[in-house]
Design a protein around this ligand. Structure first.
Ligand code: CA
Length: 228
């Protein structure tokens, strides 16, 4: 029997999830605080943890990061609010295996749990999305508002990197280190990065009214919607 832990401070949601999952034949435990959840995950073995992001005290993201830092590879599905795109990206960045946006249909949740249990833990995120931009990391196709973007391998990698760090400052030295594996500045990487970035921005932003890649003078870049 698969063991599932629900970490959710809203008692009504926790109880209804417990009932639905119990009826499906899962053994279900619940925790109503992040601390309690963290304790249970570290003392018992679960197949899947359903982790709410918005928790009093330590947030779901902090718990997730702490787990992964300890190399705990339990499957984690996070629950996020509808507009909290950043939480979703951060959650996937922090090692979540999947996410559900509240409110959700329980049938959808059950389907996702079945997929997770079949698939097992994977380092791979298969899709990145932001503001109409969508990157399929398996087929390596990119599109914005349904229009395909013709990207080179490096441009695709750069865009994926930007989306993974959306809402955060991205310096040229981060890009040099993570995408060019450049640790010692033997060659001036900044120009190389700027050339790639300029080409990428022409493809991603030029023909669209809303720009999503922005230069932060003296720092580097940020991916965000223009109004924020
Ligand atoms: Ca909550």
């Amino acid at each position: 029997m698969h063991q599932i832990l629900i970490v959710e401070d809203e008692i009504k949601i926790a109880h209804s999830l417990q009932q639905v999952l119990g009826a499906e034949g899962y053994a279900v435990s619940t925790a109503v605080t992040g601390e309690e959840g963290f304790f249970l995950i570290n003392t018992e073995i679960f197949d899947v943890v359903i982790l709410d992001i918005m928790l009093p005290g330590h947030s779901g993201l902090e718990i997730l990061e702490a787990l992964r830092r300890r190399d705990n590879q339990t499957l984690v599905l996070i629950l996020t609010a509808r507009d909290a795109l950043e939480d979703r990206i951060l959650g996937l960045d922090s090692g979540a295996d999947d996410y559900m946006i509240k409110p959700f249909a329980t049938s959808e949740l059950l389907a996702r749990i079945r997929v997770l249990l079949r698939r097992g833990r994977s380092e791979q995120i298969f899709q990145l999305q932001f503001a109409g931009l969508s990157l399929d990391l398996v087929t390596r196709e990119a599109q914005r508002d349904g229009r395909p973007l013709e990207l080179t391998t490096k441009e695709f990698d750069l865009l994926a990197y930007l989306l993974r760090h959306q809402g955060r400052f991205i310096t040229r030295s981060m890009i040099a280190r993570d995408l060019w594996q450049e640790t010692i500045r033997a060659t001036p990487m900044d120009n190389v990065i700027d050339v790639h970035m300029a080409r990428l921005r022409r493809k991603v932003d030029k023909d669209f009214p809303e720009k999503i890649i922005h230069t932060i003078r003296g720092i580097g870049f940020i991916v965000k919607k223009e109004e924020s």
